[in-house]
Write a protein that binds this ligand. Structure first.
Ligand code: SAM
Ligand code: SF4
Length: 492
């Protein structure tokens, strides 16, 4: 086994961490990469150099790519940013701004042509912001940009567009279908007309149902995002939301716990008073699991539920390839790496995740585009890649990134980890597994670490636990008590 283990806490530190954090709100619930973007800095290498390096790695390993295309705009709400949202966005000021943005987006696509055109496309996600603010004629243009970059879009891959319910209408859904999109993710958050008002959105239950009916009419796989732990939400409200989604025939449900951080309205003291407590959230998590299972859904990640496949067609409709691809981003045979999956992001605030190799001395990185539209455009005007900041991985970070992804699926294959990274994860983190086992939050066998019961709810906390010592190193501290859970994460 290698001597480059991930640095780890000892038994006393683990127990101290768990008793301190167990009933605190964790702020890394929605996004689960390592390390948090708060640790990213302007990169010292020019983007073009990184991309040339990446091309040389791709001589040895096939890169299978999840393409993310970012959109900045959102409809203004009061409170701002829907009250809860931690994603970067810009106010929608009309179609002129959208048209202008698309011109810039196209420029960025063209900059990437020398570097990405040989990649194998695995799936595409148009995220935001609010990508269903585009008008029907914009969708074929977006697809054309992808087509031009990759020299074609495979007909069998998942192509998702996300949006808010009230902006889906028949001309848009028809245009999406005709342009080749095959999956729609609807940010419902709350079906309840009263509770949704906390977000300042003008969204109604009727609009959500219309959007879903249109998806079904045009045979588009559909998913809804819901949030539990919302202000004034009761167990009945939460179960009512899930029942609404199930009864409307959705193929996939993402059920996030409300993530409170930063300067969002929901994080303000007056709003915090309205939130369910952590023990209530845990009860909701467990009740939601029971309900979804009894409704014929299968849990795929801490948050994701898919309608159980009865046949190949349901299997296609209910899968969520974009996310699934990254949960196990290294394909290998007995530790010999055959294929690495990467995220290539283009557009406002998009992230590029390039785990180029698993060798200790090779370079891997993650970087994010500008989160200010003005800066995004200014860089492109100068002919530069519109990158804001990033992080150059050490070997321990690649391992943690892999572990974080795996933990999303509520298990770690420790044998596979050992084959890939030549490290015994059971040994490195022995005090952690011991503490979690004592609380009955995991089950361990010859192959797997399974997170069970309340242990699944706490997965974001355990991710922080595994990364704790390494984060101290990143912060330049020898040791420290502050945990990643103090840190808001705002970027996917
Ligand atoms: C990029 S965001 C929003 C996409 C789209 N504009 C919308 O509002 O539906 C994707 C999802 O992240 C989730 N999300 C955003 N902020 C969150 C928070 N603070 N806590 C929990 N979930 C959050 C929401 O469920 C949202 O649908
Ligand atoms: S929740 Fe969606 S619509 Fe609201 S601010 Fe965030 S990205 Fe925009």
């Amino acid at each position: 086994m290698t001597d480059s283990r991930i640095p780890a806490l000892n038994g006393a530190e683990v127990n101290d961490f768990l008793s301190r954090e167990e009933f605190r709100r964790q702020s890394n619930k929605v996004l689960h990469g390592h390390p948090s973007p708060l640790h990213w800095k302007p990169l010292s290498s020019p983007t073009s150099l990184l991309l040339e390096e990446r091309a040389s790695y791709s001589q040895n390993t096939q890169f299978d790519v999840n393409l993310y295309v970012g959109t900045p705009f959102c409809i203004k709400t009061k409170p701002a940013r829907c009250g809860f949202c931690l994603f970067p966005s810009e106010d929608y000021e009309g179609n002129k701004g959208v048209e202008l943005y698309l011109d810039y987006l196209q420029k960025e696509f063209e900059l990437y042509r020398p570097y990405y055109s040989d990649d194998k496309l695995g799936s595409i996600y148009f995220g935001g912001g609010t990508p269903n603010l585009y008008r029907p004629h914009h969708y074929p243009r977006l697809m054309q940009m992808v087509d031009d970059l990759y020299g074609g879009v495979p007909s069998d891959i998942e192509i998702t567009l996300e949006g808010i319910p009230q902006l889906f209408n028949e001309p848009k859904i028809r245009a999406l279908k005709e342009a080749g999109f095959n999956r729609v993710s609807i940010g419902v958050q709350q079906f309840n007309d009263k509770l949704i008002q906390y977000s300042g959105r003008t969204q109604t239950l009727a609009q959500v149902h219309t959007a879903l009916e249109l998806c079904h009419k045009y045979d588009l796989a559909n998913s809804v995002d819901l949030i539990y732990g919302w202000p004034e939400q009761t167990m009945d409200d939460m179960l009512g939301d899930l029942r609404n989604a199930v009864d409307a025939g959705v193929h996939h449900v993402t059920h996030y716990e409300l993530n409170i951080a930063g300067r969002s309205n929901f994080a303000a003291p007056a709003q915090r008073k309205l939130l369910p407590t952590i023990p209530q959230n845990i009860e909701m998590y467990l009740a939601a699991n029971e309900f979804m299972r009894s409704a014929g859904f299968e849990q795929v990640t801490v948050y994701d539920w898919r309608r159980l496949p009865k046949d190949a067609e349901t299997d296609r409709l209910s899968s969520y390839q974009y996310e699934h691809n990254m949960h196990d981003f290294v394909q290998h045979e007995n530790g010999r790496v055959d294929e690495i999956r990467q995220v290539c992001g283009i557009g406002f605030a998009a992230v590029n995740f390039h785990p180029n190799s698993l060798s200790q001395d090779d370079r891997c990185w993650i970087y994010m585009n500008q989160t200010s539209l003005k800066e995004y455009c200014a860089k492109l005007d100068r002919g530069e890649f519109p990158v804001e900041r990033g992080f150059m991985y050490k070997h321990a970070d690649v391992k943690l990134a892999w572990l974080f992804q795996s933990m999303q699926t509520m298990q770690i294959d420790h044998i596979k980890y050992a084959q890939l990274f030549k490290e015994d994860i059971l040994e490195t983190f022995a005090p952690i597994w011991e503490a979690l086992d004592a609380r009955r939050w995991i089950q361990l066998d010859d192959q797997m670490i399974q997170f069970v019961g309340v242990g699944q709810y706490y997965i974001p906390l355990f991710q922080s636990l595994l990364a704790n010592k390494r984060l101290d190193e990143i912060r330049g501290k020898r040791s420290g008590k502050r945990s990643i859970s103090d840190i808001p994460i705002a970027v996917d």
